[in-house]
Design a protein around this ligand. Structure first.
Ligand code: SOE
Length: 387
């Protein structure tokens, strides 16, 4: 087995989620490369060391430029706030490293485009961690759509609801809370949460062509952890948008961090001429399927038998599930990262790009930007997103 030496830039929640995936990859997947946790990089040496010791990284760097150009590194994993993605990714591409980057790709399309150019010019394998595509029930949804079981799509609706920023005492800026700071994050729920839903939606249902949106910032001022001053809040706390897909279907999306009682209620539903699909992250081992037309014989399901079918996505023939336990036993959130990593490494070994790559994530970035532009003007905005 060949080593795949990883430089992890950043050590927060995603640094942990990805480190777990690197550690477990070859325990579950028959790939030819074994990740080696080589460099943990963070500006604060003590925190980098604590992270490295906990997860088993070989060494520590406090200068990301050294980490991404180091001879003992094959793959750079960007888990830092969004405002740093571009500089790190371009430097890593120029150094010829493989790159996996946290979502959203960048703060804006203008920032993301040079990242796409850099990885394509360097010809380095790249991926963005839109991990929810690799939840087996969502991957199964894609399979059912590709098998033609939904037919002509009419409606796509999707939510991502949280409630962790309702208190005006939550500061903006700093570890974890940079998500509330527009300078670091670029946007609020649009880039942080809806980007996931948009990525999944376009994977399942094709490009979103135009949008009309409304955003709201409920708490207008918050203490900034970095300056110690009360400052204007520049992010969207909530966002709702309508859209059209290139296939003629209509979309409705909503995200907020003010849905009291919801921690990560992430849902999607697709309604088509021959069937419907529904998914809810709180019960992530299930995919709900309504089969109007039976694909196998082309007949309509007899009306007295019609109803939503709850598929427990744990059988060996379900996506990824043959790698884990026995039928009936579930996997969790962390496995979506493991599955994504396995696909990435298998793609590298086969010489095939793995989706979503930077170019694909740029399409999601275009939709996010159109959503924010529409919210600012109140007008419908063309996204320019392609397949
Ligand atoms: C925000 O709370 C967050 O952690 C996002 O940043 C992640 O991308 C999402 O998967 C869960 O929620």
């Amino acid at each position: 087995m060949k080593p795949l030496r990883v430089a992890m830039i950043g050590y927060g929640f995603m640094g942990r989620a990805h480190s777990n995936a690197y550690k477990r990859l070859t325990d579950f997947f028959a790939v030819q490369h074994k990740p080696v946790l080589q460099v943990a990089c963070a500006r604060n040496a003590d925190r980098a060391k604590a992270f490295a010791d906990n997860w088993g990284y070989t060494r520590v760097e406090t200068d990301w430029k050294k980490a991404v150009t180091a001879d003992d590194v094959d793959l750079v994993d960007i888990c830092t706030p969004n405002d740093t993605h571009q500089e790190i990714a371009i430097a890593a591409a120029e150094a010829g490293k493989m790159i996996v980057c946290e979502k959203p790709l960048a703060r804006t399309v203008a920032e993301a485009q040079p990242m796409v150019d850099a990885v394509e010019k360097a010809g380095v394998p790249n991926m963005v961690w839109f991990n929810y595509r690799r939840v087996p029930a969502i991957t199964l949804a894609k399979q059912l759509i590709d098998e033609g079981r939904i037919g002509r799509a009419f409606h796509f609706r999707s939510n991502f609801l949280q409630d962790w920023t309702i208190s005006p005492d939550v500061p903006q800026g700093g570890a974890g809370l940079w998500r509330l700071d527009a300078a670091a994050a670029g946007s609020g729920v649009t880039g942080d949460l809806l980007a996931h839903n948009i990525d999944t939606a376009m994977w399942l249902n094709g490009p979103i062509t135009r949008v009309v949106a409304k955003t709201e910032t409920f708490v207008k001022e918050r203490m900034h952890s970095l300056t110690g001053k009360v400052e204007k809040v520049g992010i969207d706390d909530a966002c709702a948008f309508l859209c059209e897909f290139a296939n003629g279907s209509l979309g409705v999306f909503e995200s907020t961090r003010y849905a009291r009682g919801h921690k990560a209620l992430k849902t999607l539903e697709l309604n088509g001429s021959e069937g419907s699909l529904s998914f809810n992250l709180e019960e992530m081992e299930y995919l709900d399927f309504f089969e109007y037309t039976q694909k196998e014989n082309g007949a309509s399901t007899p009306s007295h038998l019609r109803g939503w079918r709850r598929i427990h996505v744990t059988n060996g023939e379900h996506p990824y599930m043959d790698k884990y336990w026995v039928p009936g036993l579930v996997i969790g959130y962390e496995h979506s990262f493991l599955n994504a990593l396995a696909d990435f490494v298998a793609g590298v070994e086969a010489g095939k790009p793995v989706q979503p790559d930077f170019r694909s994530a740029l399409q999601t970035q275009k939709v996010c930007e159109a959503v924010l532009q529409s919210a600012a003007t109140g007008a419908w905005v063309e996204t320019g997103a392609t397949a």
